[in-house]
Ligand binder design. Sequence first.
Ligand SMILES: CC(C)(COP(=O)(O)OP(=O)(O)OC[C@H]1O[C@@H](n2cnc3c(N)ncnc32)[C@H](O)[C@@H]1OP(=O)(O)O)[C@@H](O)C(=O)NCCC(=O)NCCS
Length: 160
Amino acid sequence: MAAGPDMTEGGEVVMRQMTVGDIDGVLEIEKVSFAAPWTRGMFEETLSSPVGISFVAEENGRIIGYLIFYRAAREIHVMNIAVDKNRRGLGLASWMMSRVMDLGRRNSMETCFLEVRESNMPARSLYEKLGFRQIGRRKGYYRETGEDAIVMELTLTDQT
Ligand SMILES: CC(C)(COP(=O)(O)OP(=O)(O)OC[C@H]1O[C@@H](n2cnc3c(N)ncnc32)[C@H](O)[C@@H]1OP(=O)(O)O)[C@@H](O)C(=O)NCCC(=O)NCCS
């Protein structure tokens, strides 16, 4: 996929499909990014799913971010996105999400959905900036904390 902006290390950032060989690098970011991180098996399952699509952002051979979504009919469901702690706030997640939205539009996808923890203000702010709007709330969705999930939607056909 496309190369992105310089993310301060002086290397070109490339977005490409995730492979099993990337999982170690992905897990390093996953474990420090989430209260209930995905396991290796969950990443492997997604990579072997016919509806799972997974990308990594790579700089100088190092994974610095990833984004996983599922497609169902004309819908995209964002399942996981994270950026290396040392690369946050530089536009990487926005860039990855925008690429996926463009890919969806080119493949006639109509809507993108995601769930986000109510307290995750960086992520909510990212999604709002990309045009997502809140369409619902799942009470106590996150079992470890009992926190609500905010359900957000972006209509891809509005953005052409
Ligand atoms: C959420 C996350 C993916 C954002 O990645 P990022 O590359 O830092 O995001 P970007 O640099 O593209 O930021 C885009 C916008 O997101 C919002 N944002 C990002 N970090 C933020 C922060 N710490 N506080 C508030 N808003 C923030 C801002 O609106 C920002 O736009 P701005 O730079 O014009 O202010 C990253 O913080 C992360 O990996 N968090 C842990 C994993 C996670 O929570 N994933 C989301 C699960 S739903």
